[in-house]
Design a protein around this ligand. Sequence first.
Ligand SMILES: [Zn+2]
Length: 260
Amino acid sequence: MDKYATWLTCGGIGAGIAGIGLVSDARLGTRPAFSVTGALAGGAYLVGTFSQASHIFGSSARTRNSDGRFALTFDDGPDPRYTRRISEYLVERGHRATFFVLGRSVATHPEIAAQLVADGHEVANHGDDHRLLALSPPSAVRAQIAAAERAVQQATGSLPARLFRAPHGVRSPWLGVTLRQLGYRLCGWDGHVFDSSEPGVEAIVERATELLAPGAVVLLHDGDGSGLDAPRDQTVDALAGILDAAAERGLRSVPLSTLL
Ligand SMILES: [Zn+2]
């Protein structure tokens, strides 16, 4: 199911939950008790599904407040146009990052995934094809994770770190449980840089810099999960400014798992 169909369906589910409250009140003459309860439950469903920072459908793994260390994370790669450049530049400046890769992209560019590992970065799981998981049953979640694991193992000789970032941060009530059964931790991020919207290099540097603190998890993109091959040049060009700001604050990026 694509992004818009997911939003629409989940919106319908939220409205449906609220509607049950309205109908119940009308039938039972209890207005507004069930209407209010239904509206709150419908709202909670939507917040739990679409807000990666919410705790309604389980919490994301939390970082320890780690002196001098934070985590740069890159989603949706590998992309032959950007990932290597990012990896090499980070190494040159003494930083390591976590790359939440897509299985399908690793299968297409296995040599880049292998390079990430050789460069000392962490490769983690972003699923296989970037489908939103709000309405995917546990079996489909497992299939996404397993496909990405297979691709990473074939490319690098080892499994990805057992860290999972849900595409667009979208969750279902059973995503957390399914991940736990597989030994995975769900990973969110801090703030909103929105580098994938291409807001300009300055805006990316500014927004990322605001987040820089010990234990911070900064989300950037080295690829395009939509499959449309949108450019990530702004993200690449913003790295120098972000790392300069990190240096000013005495911060170094390390693999996310070392902060959990
Ligand atoms: Zn993504």
